[in-house]
Design a protein around this ligand. Sequence first.
Ligand SMILES: [Zn+2]
Ligand SMILES: [Zn+2]
Length: 96
Amino acid sequence: MVGVNADRLIEMLQPLGVTMKPRPIRLCGACYQESPCHRIEWQFKDVMVCDRHQLRLLTKCTNCETPFPIPADWVRGQCPHCFLPFATMAKRQKRC
Ligand SMILES: [Zn+2]
Ligand SMILES: [Zn+2]
């Protein structure tokens, strides 16, 4: 059993060249409030809801609609365009 760490998984999820469509990066702002890091579960195909909070995952900033950058670029945990913190976006997530 070879362990694969989360960083490696995130690397594998990133688009390689132009042959793969970039996937929208998803985010649960409520999770991000509790622990400021990307959860790999959000990127699974068909997962559109956070299983912890029963909130719809976001794929873009709730303020300016800029798609989220790749998690490797989440240095400040905020929208790179309008600087809205990811944690604040939880207020705009819809309950399921
Ligand atoms: Zn959540
Ligand atoms: Zn924004």
